[in-house]
Ligand binder design. Structure first.
Ligand code: GBH
Length: 505
């Protein structure tokens, strides 16, 4: 796996030099339902800053971003966009875009600095999120709240290895979730438990690109760890869904689910059964791993068990009962999606720490055809058909209404641009246009239920191991002055959603 995948791909072929297969249609025949909602998404560590302000405890990202030598481009989230002190300004910014929803995450160590079920609560942290939620509602913006976007309290990692200890983690996560439901659940009606379990498991505990940085090279057992982490997430999710459904849902009337990310995979050779099977297998190893237990109440996909045997943990009888019980309580499928890849079956047997289903991922197919223009990230190519196919794949398998919880891209060369160049983000506008066209087609031509869309991201922010290089925002952030400037894509989205929901552009 390429360890630079979060790094900006400014050195690769510029997208404007490549041919775009299609232009966005933006026309009457590609509308969206009148009640379709849209907004922007962020995550606590990427925007808040205030790393030690008002009693916040350390998370694994505070640790990881201060390692020497740096694993995060010599940058960290100590200040980030300083959203912690500029929250009101950011609320007004969102109101100026006329968004319907805002997806953000709660920093666990801001509300429980040490993280555990018997540890003290930080009322300052609770008050911050309370003000944020009230400020959204006052502007008629609905909060969509993620409980966990990668920032487990460092203390829980030190005590018992966080996700590596299923029973302890589950108990602490339940108690954190209960605190959030009881303090915010009167006002928050859309919850997600975890953001991208695949990334937490594989990037945090296999390639080690993300915190806590476990990999075989760093002396960890990457044959076993990622699957234990995934198991912990699935069971913690189910426990919290069960708790919400019994203790809170009856009075609070909200909905809860999880956010899964995933590329779509096209066969490297579309005429070959072997490579078609590889593409399907790759999707099961990426999405079915979590989706089948969580949304179907079933065991891991058979192909995963067949390949991995005892590397994959077993669910006990009681755990299977819990999964079957909670599966129907997941009200939606949260989809983070950015791009598509080609899947090529590998010839030999899988390596002992394979996590792909023995599949190689490529940007060009057997005929040398590329997936589409490359964005500011080498892995992120513009492939709206793959997006449409993924929505269909998810709908066919899980039959849940889909919310697009993240989608977006950095423009080619954007990390080197002046402010004036950066706000003129025509590449991003084209990307959004094509991906919205794909949603319209999935809804109207394929019968998929898609309810809403969150652009990643409200503003440029700390892009994990790539630091402040890649810029995904629809708002430019000057990291010296922290000044926010809307990019053209912000007004494009505003106008496009208004028009599409009236059935015309
Ligand atoms: C999301 O993660 C995160 O939720 C968000 O915090 C982040 O800022 C945003 O996307 C943009 O990255 O497949 O090996 O070629 C996305 C995680 C990172 C998964 C890049 C796919 C591509 C590398 N993605 N990764 S690879």
């Amino acid at each position: 796996m390429n360890v630079n995948m979060f790094q900006a791909g400014d050195n690769v072929l510029r997208a404007d030099q490549e041919e775009w297969a299609v232009e966005p249609r933006h026309v009457e025949e590609l509308p969206l339902p009148a009640d379709f909602f849209w907004g922007t998404a962020t995550a606590a560590y990427q925007i808040e800053g205030g790393a030690a302000q008002d009693g916040k405890g350390k998370s694994i990202w505070d640790t990881f971003s201060h390692l020497e030598p740096s694993r995060t481009n010599d940058e960290n989230g100590d200040v980030a966009c300083d959203h912690y002190t500029r929250m009101l300004e950011d609320l007004d910014l969102m109101a100026s875009y006329d968004v319907d929803v805002y997806r953000f995450s709660i920093a666990w160590s801001r509300v429980i600095p040490l993280g555990g079920r018997n540890d003290p609560i930080n009322e300052n942290g609770i008050a911050f999120y309370g003000r944020l939620i009230d400020g959204l509602l006052a502007r008629n913006i609905e909060p969509i709240v993620t409980l966990y976007h990668w920032d487990v309290p460092q203390e829980l990692y030190d005590r018992y290895g966080a996700f590596l200890n299923t029973a302890e983690f589950k108990a602490d996560f339940e108690s954190f979730a209960r605190l959030c439901f009881s303090r915010f659940g009167d006002r928050v009606k859309k919850w997600c438990t975890f953001n991208e379990p695949y990334i937490i498991s594989i990037f945090g505990h296999h390639s080690g690109v993300l915190a806590p940085g476990h990999s075989a090279a760093a002396g960890h057992d990457s044959r076993i760890e990622p699957w234990r982490v995934g198991h912990t997430i699935i069971l913690s999710h189910a426990a919290v869904v069960d708790m919400y459904a019994t203790e809170f849902q009856p009075s609070q009337n909200g909905v809860i689910s999880i956010v899964l990310n995933g590329h779509f995979y096209e066969p490297w050779d579309a005429a070959s059964e072997e490579h078609k099977a590889a593409a399907q297998r790759r999707l099961e190893f990426y999405i079915g791993w979590f989706g089948d237990p969580i949304f179907l109440g079933k065991n891991y996909p058979a192909q995963m068990r067949a390949q991995m045997g005892s590397r994959l943990p077993e669910f006990t009888t009681e755990e299977m009962t819990l999964l079957r019980k909670t599966a129907p309580s997941n009200a939606y499928y949260g989809m983070n999606h950015y791009s598509t890849k080609f899947a090529r079956a590998l010839p030999g047997p899988p390596t002992e720490d394979d996590c792909t289903g023995n599949v190689e991922e490529l940007a060009t197919n057997s005929e040398g055809k590329s997936l589409g223009p490359v964005s500011g990230m080498a892995w992120l190519r513009v492939a709206p058909d793959g997006f449409r196919k993924l929505m269909n794949w998810v709908w066919d398998r899980y039959h849940l209404p889909i919310i697009i919880t993240e989608n977006g891209c950095p423009c080619p060369g954007e990390s080197q641009m002046t402010l004036n160049e950066a706000v003129n983000d025509t590449f991003r506008i084209r990307y959004f246009g094509l991906y919205l066209d794909a949603i319209s087609r999935a809804i109207h031509e394929d019968g998929v239920v898609v309810q809403g869309y969150c652009a990643w991201s409200l503003m440029d922010n700390f892009e994990w191991s790539a630091g402040y290089g890649p810029r995904y925002g629809i708002t430019h952030v000057n990291y010296e002055t922290l000044r926010r400037t809307p990019k053209k894509s912000a007004s494009y989205l505003e106008k496009s959603f208004k028009a599409r929901r009236r059935g015309q552009y």
